[in-house]
Design a protein around this ligand. Structure first.
Ligand SMILES: C[S@@+](CC[C@H](N)C(=O)[O-])C[C@H]1O[C@@H](n2cnc3c(N)ncnc32)[C@H](O)[C@@H]1O
Length: 212
């Protein structure tokens, strides 16, 4: 998928009610941001936001936060949101490696959707399922740890399964072809996933947990 530049991206970022501009100020206080004590789920690398927006609409009793590094992708998502009125969704434009500055032990589920695969061995540390990231997630999960990952990339998927199981996660569900899985796993597609679906590419899926 092409990453197009969004016209007036800065302007969209500056004027959106969904963007939390100083997320560090909300650390340990996200329940007040949302105005309720509902669980909070976080997507890292949300891109244009199709997944997190639809999740927020489908599950109004869960609060959602979409985090994205790239300003253009974030602006695209915020522009989509201008046409919506969703009270259980907030957006952060930042690097995922900063999450411990933004959250205390407040997160129920982390979604890793079509994350950069970083296929070269030397770049493995940058994968969102590298142990260094799993350690960060430990610091933001409220109690039990819960990660849902989807990808079309076999190398990333294999390394994610290895990394998660080495870190004592167990697997609720694993699928090597999410869209053709007989179990009908509930699913909302991301923007990338919609493209891959058209191309009939298999999507790898894991729902992993670590219960205290
Ligand atoms: C392949 S895209 C997938 C986007 C979206 N999840 C989807 O499935 O349509 C990966 C996204 O992760 C974002 N990203 C990469 N590294 C990141 C980081 N360290 N922190 C936050 N976002 C990141 C990229 O900017 C990009 O938008």
């Amino acid at each position: 998928m092409k990453y197009n530049t969004v016209k007036n991206a800065e302007n969209i970022l500056n004027n959106s009610k969904y963007l939390v501009k100083n997320p560090s100020n909300s650390k340990n206080n996200w329940s007040s941001v949302f105005g309720n004590n509902n669980p909070i789920d976080l997507e890292l690398g949300m891109g244009r936001g199709a997944f997190i927006i639809e999740m927020a609409k489908k599950y109004p009793n869960i609060n959602f936060i979409g985090l994205e590094l790239d300003k253009n992708q974030t602006a695209y998502a915020l522009d989509r949101l201008n046409r919506e009125n969703i009270s259980n969704l907030k957006i952060i434009c930042s690097d995922a490696k900063n999450i411990i500055d933004f959250f205390g032990k407040e997160i129920n589920t982390i979604y890793l959707t079509f994350s950069e695969p970083w296929p070269k061995k030397d770049d493995a540390r940058k994968r969102f399922t590298h142990e260094s990231y799993l350690r960060l997630y430990d610091r933001v999960f409220k109690k039990n740890k819960h990660i849902i990952l989807k990808t079309d990339n076999k190398i990333l998927f294999a390394s994610a399964l290895e990394s998660l199981s080495n870190y004592w996660y167990t697997f609720n569900k694993v699928s090597l072809d999410l869209h053709n899985d007989e179990r009908n796993i509930p699913n909302i597609m991301t923007d990338f996933e919609s493209e891959y679906y058209k191309e009939k590419r298999p999507i790898y899926y894991v729902d992993a947990k670590f219960d205290d």
